[in-house]
Ligand binder design. Structure first.
Ligand SMILES: Nc1ncnc2c1ncn2[C@@H]1O[C@H](COP(=O)(O)OP(=O)(O)OP(=O)(O)O)[C@@H](O)[C@H]1O
Ligand SMILES: Nc1ncnc2c1ncn2[C@@H]1O[C@H](COP(=O)(O)OP(=O)(O)OP(=O)(O)O)[C@@H](O)[C@H]1O
Ligand SMILES: [Mg+2]
Ligand SMILES: [Mg+2]
Lengths: 257, 257
């Protein structure tokens, strides 16, 4: 049965989409059958897997509004074991309808995820910044969440609110919601800021902080240009290796729990 | 009479808060009487001006819920000509009430901004990522908007949606809403990505793109640690000079219009 993990952060631009896409690809290259779900109406996930808007044949919005089956909105990617679902809400009207239905028809979304648990090994869900309807739906559908923390003070500072939000959501669920852990992104330990944030996170979160952190690399930022996550485009690069190692650490942690 | 300018972007982490705070400080050091309004419940603006949560004596949430006057929620900053207002919504309940009231009591917000027009020269409004109630309220209160564009493909890609959103909002207002322009942030023209984005923006937006761009510098990222925007903390640094130059270009553009 699949493990469903959401990648969340209230702070924007911390590496949620970059991490979800590279982790999904790294899990699938490690033999997992993976479903990646992008819930952010900005097309970060589809762009990063090589899909232009005209290559999408439907998405979450069509499941809600037209009653399409979840199977009908799945997209095969360049990796055999990686399947993608995204909102495909391109106009402003589609976007606001989609957000409204993500809240009002949340059961349709939850049922679709539950049905998928018997098909996949790992389901990863990318979320927009903040605590909007997409992030709430994703967390209600998930077993656990991953929290990317950019090596910047403003991001570190926003963690207290995030953990309060997770606690609040736990009350709305029957099942427990685990925090897989926090991992640093865009680190550059030549800078004072990066070392400061790493030291503070270690103090405040100790065992919840993954050992593996993701360095700031040019390769990782090229995903939206190349249409390929770094783990496919350049497996041996520092960023790719970090994401493969993070997959190992995630699997090790949840197996030991 | 004040000019009211919102700093907006659907994409997260592109430098909205960093720019709003540094621009507000640069305007005030150039002789303008400035009001900076942070509408994002994450405390980026107040943190960057040296306020911990215990030093705030009220905010937008108190104006909505307790009927406090706008004057009562204003905070004096370390700069004589710079006054700050923020949400001061610290708990999850306060945050969701604040967002709800930003939509339902939007007239209270609009009246407060309109009354302030006769007191200040420039009013700058920082917004959270996305098109939520704060961004809508800010744009309905503004004369124009500024769009920071991070030197990254994912950010450039999100601009079409942003301009569609602005068009939609224009229909809801009586007064015209100008776009002051787009300006690049976190540029590093040693990288291919930065040069690629600059070239594409110039092609697609030409005259709407400011000549001045903001470089990625360590100094600018230290604002949340030092509690001071770079234009105060280190006026001669590259980042500060860029923001002072951007103030000049903004003023020149709107005077010529
Ligand atoms: N480790 C990294 N090294 C270099 N660049 C990175 C790295 N991770 C992400 N980026 C770049 O930083 C920017 C922000 O990353 P990304 O879009 O993945 O963040 P996000 O949290 O999903 O943003 P949003 O809040 O808008 O959803 C992107 O342009 C991306 O290419
Ligand atoms: N020119 C710059 N050089 C270096 N770092 C920068 C620069 N501009 C912003 N930063 C850093 O990048 C991060 C994102 O910037 P900021 O928080 O201002 O963006 P934002 O658009 O307001 O984010 P959000 O979408 O979460 O509101 C912050 O940690 C900030 O310190
Ligand atoms: Mg994203
Ligand atoms: Mg911000």
């Amino acid at each position: 049965r699949a493990r469903v993990i959401s990648v969340i952060s209230q702070k924007g631009g911390v590496g949620k989409t970059t991490s979800t896409v590279n982790l999904a690809a790294a899990f699938s290259l490690s033999g997992h059958n993976v479903l990646i779900i992008g819930t952010d109406p900005q097309c970060g996930v589809s762009r990063s897997l090589g899909f232009g808007s005209e290559q999408l044949h439907g998405g979450l919005k069509d499941m809600f509004q037209m009653g399409l089956d979840f199977d009908e909105i799945k997209h095969k990617t360049s990796l055999e074991n990686l399947t993608m679902v995204v909102p495909d809400a391109l106009t402003m009207d589609e976007e606001s309808n989609y957000k409204y239905l993500m809240e009002m028809s949340i059961d349709t979304f939850l049922d679709a995820i539950n049905e998928s648990r018997s098909i996949y090994d790992t389901i990863l869900i990318d979320c927009p910044p903040g605590f909007g309807p997409e992030t709430k739906a994703a967390l209600l559908a998930s077993d656990s969440c991953l929290v990317p923390v950019q090596a910047e003070e403003l991001c570190r500072d926003s963690l207290t609110r995030l953990l309060a939000f997770i606690d609040e959501l736990r009350e709305q669920r029957e099942m427990p919601l685990a925090v897989e852990g926090l991992f640093m992104t865009m680190t550059d330990h030549r800078t004072l800021m990066s070392r400061h944030v790493a030291a503070r996170l270690d103090e405040d979160f100790g065992s919840d902080l993954f050992d593996i952190s993701i360095p700031r690399t040019t390769r990782l930022s090229e995903m939206a240009l190349t249409g390929k996550p770094a783990v496919i485009h350049d497996r041996r690069s520092a960023g790719s290796r970090a994401y493969f190692n993070l997959v190992d650490e995630i699997v090790e942690r949840y197996s030991n729990r």
